[in-house]
Write a protein that binds this ligand. Structure first.
Ligand code: 4NP
Length: 169
């Protein structure tokens, strides 16, 4: 994940969950929000996708949107399925849970891209679990927890990437 980041060669991140309607759109929205707050829009390209085809074309879940909007974060995703071309395309692929991680890695038959596939909670300063829990079948508190976990993790991830930026004069 460590390479110089320039305007000519922006750093590309893809957040990945199962449905691409709850966790990964929230991560995408938060990370883009932090990038905007820090004035770093020229240096990052942020996307999300899902390992399943269940919700292709759908916007983010209404509960995910509600929780995010309360914190001033907008979710603009349209669900799509992660595919093997994304392994080449992105600099960093962030799996929300270990099942997502296995499904992404299964597309990387020779392990060529294993260095760029990471668990999102590797970046959580308070990692009480390895996974970002799936909130889909639960109540609002689960969606709020997902937002809080992802906010902490995205902050830390951007803290680690920002020093790699090479600003030209
Ligand atoms: P996500 O949540 O992976 O965070 O988008 C889910 C969305 C849909 C389903 C499961 C999880 N589903 O089974 O349809």
């Amino acid at each position: 994940m460590n390479r110089p980041i320039t305007k000519e060669d922006p750093y590309k991140l893809c957040f990945v969950c199962l449905g691409n309607i709850c966790r990964s759109p929230t991560a995408e929205g938060i990370f883009q929000h932090l990038v905007n707050e820090r004035g770093l829009q020229s240096y990052f390209y942020v996307d999300s996708s899902g390992t399943s085809a269940y919700h292709i074309g759908e916007p983010a879940n209404s509960k995910s949107q509600w929780v995010a909007n309360q914190q001033g974060v907008q979710l603009h995703s349209k669900a799509r399925r992660f595919d093997s071309a994304d392994l080449e395309e992105f600099d960093l692929i962030l799996a929300m849970d270990s099942e997502n991680y296995r499904n992404i890695s299964s597309l990387d038959k020779n392990g060529t891209y294993s260095d760029k596939i990471k668990m999102m909670r590797e970046f959580d300063p308070q990692p009480d679990d390895r996974d970002v829990p799936d909130p889909y079948y639960g109540g609002m508190d689960g969606f709020q927890n997902v937002f809080d976990v992802l906010k902490r993790s995205c902050d830390e991830l951007l803290n680690r990437l920002e020093p790699l930026i090479e600003k030209s004069s």
